[in-house]
Design a binder for this molecule. Structure first.
Ligand code: G4P
Length: 525
């Protein structure tokens, strides 16, 4: 068991949109034999469509909105790669995926440096002390100065950046990378058709005439200077600091040209952590523990349009999973049989009979599961991995066609169960006004799109000025009589999806006004 858990590497790739996350994912899959050689750009696009971009919206908007799981074996390791949504809104979905990984590869566009979304995602990793590996991509395009880039990573992200290799030029002058550990140059070749060829080390140190003669004098001079500077900057490589999230090993390359990817993968597998313990009721549960346990970090309805079902994604934390086993949902105390379990590869599913700590399995047919639930061999473990983010944007959603009401409601309820948005109801006489709450407004587009494509239900969105929602109680009791409340203009009473009363406020001022004028009303989250 120890060796099964120990050989797992479960990670995510994060990046600002367009830095090259999808391209890098593809190339990593080539190494695992999980994808076959992508011969042409069209073939590449097709493969991409079948593996990572499985929602039409992703293709239409050029964003990756839903996470998939990809896995492959490489060099004795079982690599589990969890894709994260890559749009500009910070989304809870991304955060949840990051709770299920043990490390992260951060892709940076070498010509742009650290961009907004990278910084936000990195902050999430830091909060969880997740080890981060950095891949500086697109070195075949003009890139920022190497030392300036390393400095930017250190300054902006407040982490030590340790270059595992150094680029030899960039753009038209890009000649490859210098692998510091092997003290050898890997020369970049443009291979027609984007064919797959791993770089080979071909020299014996920076002083080797093979290196000097291959580079333009200015690129060679820059390489010598940079090598000297990073050597002098001192600190030697510390794998412990990487595991503690204090140092990020930095690799350079070009994902589109499959250059530098193998060095990244090899370095990553060598220094990234195996499945890590997770905290349950103040105590750590180790992956080697014999007791099966895991938590649900994502729920997705209608993943496959042919099967109208809900899949719960479970990250296994400890023990061994066996298909057909019984586990307790510790939130409800109910036992459930895990009979319909799948390994998910993009859109594809295959039945999984056994799995170990670090693996992600998809469980079907258990509608009682919620995001954040713990599944365990007995009821002793309860993970608290998934925080809830208060929504900051609210929009009323209308159903323009009364005949479709059932489909519209069913869709809304399912999408709220997935955690895509929070669902509220505003009492208005006999009418039910449905209100959506989310961290970012892109979620509303997604809801509309999915209602239409998966439930054949049109909808209309009306944006509102509310920016926060707070639960209210009077003398510890839920039901507060609206007439007894002093509500400032602009604020509104509503019900959350469990029927509890909440207040919607446009600004802090409205919240304070409400607090000051409603004595005895307790305001919660
Ligand atoms: P993302 O998932 O992070 O959003 O980025 P993605 O991989 O989709 O890459 C964004 C664009 O950058 C793509 O171009 C991709 O080909 C290009 N790209 C990725 N890696 C490299 C690299 O190493 N060098 C260069 N020059 N370009 C790179 P596109 O035109 O949007 O798509 P496509 O037509 O190439 O598929």
């Amino acid at each position: 068991m120890l060796s099964e858990a120990g050989r797992r590497r479960t990670f995510a790739i994060v990046s600002h949109p367009d830095a090259g996350k999808t391209t890098l994912t593809e190339k990593l899959l080539l190494y695992g034999g999980a994808l076959h050689l992508a011969g042409t750009v069209t073939a590449r696009k097709k493969e991409r469509a079948t593996v990572s971009d499985w929602m039409e919206l992703e293709r239409k908007r050029g964003i990756s909105v839903s996470s998939t799981v990809l896995n492959f074996d490489y060099g004795g390791y079982r690599v589990n790669l969890l894709d994260t949504p890559g749009h500009k809104d910070f989304s809870e979905d991304t955060y949840r995926v990051l709770t299920a990984v043990d490390s992260v590869i951060m892709v940076i566009d070498g010509g742009k440096g650290i961009e907004g979304q990278t910084r936000k995602l990195f902050e999430v990793c830091r909060r969880r002390n997740t080890p981060v590996f950095t891949f500086v991509n697109k070195m075949d395009r003009p890139a920022l100065d190497t030392l300036a880039l390393l400095d930017e990573i250190e300054r902006v992200l407040n982490i030590r950046a340790y270059p595992m290799n150094l680029p030899m030029g960039s753009g038209v002058d890009f000649r490859g990378i210098f692998d510091r550990r092997a003290a050898a140059a890997c020369f970049y070749e443009r291979v027609p058709g984007g064919a797959y060829r791993a770089p080979e080390a071909v020299s014996g140190g920076i002083g080797d005439p093979v290196v000097r003669d291959a580079l333009t004098p200015s690129v060679y001079a820059a390489l010598c200077e940079e090598a000297l500077m990073v050597e002098h900057a001192g600190s030697s490589f510390s794998p412990e600091d990487v595991l503690a999230g204090l140092t990020t090993p930095v690799f350079f390359g070009s994902a589109a040209n499959n250059f530098g990817v193998q060095l990244l993968l090899d370095g990553f597998l060598e220094f990234s952590p195996p499945p890590q313990p997770r905290m349950s009721r103040g105590a750590a549960v180790n992956p080697e523990s014999e007791l099966f346990s895991g938590f649900v970090f994502k729920i997705q309805a209608n993943m496959d349009p042919k099967h109208r079902d809900r899949m719960a994604f479970v990250r296994i934390v400890s023990g061994r999973f066996e298909r057909g086993m019984t586990a307790v949902n510790t939130r409800t105390g109910k036992s459930m049989r895990l009979a319909n379990s799948s390994a998910i590869f993009g859109r594809e599913r295959t039945t999984v009979d056994e799995a170990f700590a670090g693996d992600v399995i998809g469980v079907l047919g258990l509608d009682a599961l919620r995001i954040g639930d713990t599944l365990c061999g007995d009821s002793s473990v309860m993970y608290d991995e998934i925080p809830v983010f208060p929504p900051e944007c609210f929009a009323i959603i209308h159903n323009p066609s009364p005949a479709n009401y059932k489909r519209f409601r069913e869709g809304l309820t399912q999408l709220a169960l997935e955690g895509l948005v929070k669902l509220y109801e505003i009492p208005a006489g006999h009418q039910r006004i449905s209100l959506l709450g989310a961290v970012g407004p892109l979620q509303f587009d997604l809801v509309q799109y999915r209602l239409e494509s998966e439930y054949n239900a049109a909808s209309r969105i009306e944006n509102t000025d509310w920016t926060m929602v707070k639960g209210i109680k009077m003398n510890g009791v839920d039901a507060v009589d609206e007439k007894s409340l002093h509500i400032p203009t602009g604020a509104r009473l509503a019900l959350d999806s469990d029927g509890r009363q909440v207040m919607l406020f446009p600004t802090e001022w409205h919240l304070r006004f409400f607090e000051e004028h409603n004595e005895g009303v307790a305001i919660g989250e």
